[in-house]
Design a protein around this ligand. Structure first.
Ligand code: GNR
Ligand code: NI
Length: 176
């Protein structure tokens, strides 16, 4: 297992649309272990493969509380097959946009179909934080970030700040 470097805004990799996983093989299982280790190290409650530079439709989540046992979950080729009309608001953050938080409104409940680590199709009905996290992660698979739901003014401010931070880290020619 290894902790992998996180892709950070404004890296265009985050805007890629990830491709479905063709077969749940050992390489896919190894990737899910790396994703979990990277997520726990961060620490975060979810991680999509693209956040470590792998454009595959898979994500990991653990929404257990600090005083509870770890509850790692792996979702391969997840799809939202149903969503509630009622909506809820959470303050979201993203490991690819460190130290920035904003309230986002999303459907309060979702039904998600996915493949598990053994290659078996599963379905889960989620509400609360799990529903929000699943939607946040599935957005990543489509190149969508939570800042896409805030005002353009705020989004532009965040993107400018991260462009400046990136410029301070690496030669200008490498960040555009
Ligand atoms: O760690 C994370 N916390 C979080 C809080 C509220 C809503 C969504 C999230 S996901 C985030 C980790 C992450 O960036 N996943 O892509
Ligand atoms: Ni995120």
């Amino acid at each position: 297992m290894s902790i992998r470097p996180l892709i950070i805004l404004p890296d265009p990799i985050l805007r890629q649309v990830s491709q479905p996983v063709a077969t749940v093989d050992d390489a896919v299982r190894k990737l899910s272990e790396d994703m979990l280790e990277t997520m726990y190290d961060a620490p975060g409650i979810g991680l999509a493969a693209i956040q470590i530079g792998e454009p595959l439709r898979m994500l990991v989540i653990d929404v257990s509380k600090d005083d509870e046992a770890k509850a790692p979950q792996v979702f391969i080729n997840p799809e939202i097959v149903e969503q509630s009309d009622d909506r809820s608001v959470y303050e979201e953050g993203c490991l690819s946009i460190p130290d920035y938080y904003a309230e986002v409104e999303r459907p309060a409940g979702v039904r998600v179909r996915f493949i598990d680590q053994l290659g078996k199709q599963q379905e889960v009905m989620a509400d609360g934080l799990l529903a929000t996290c699943l939607q946040h992660e599935i957005d990543h698979l489509n190149g969508v970030l939570f800042i896409d739901y805030i005002s353009k003014l705020k989004r532009d401010m965040v993107v400018r700040k991260f462009k400046k931070l990136a410029r301070d880290r690496v030669p200008e020619r490498m960040v555009g």
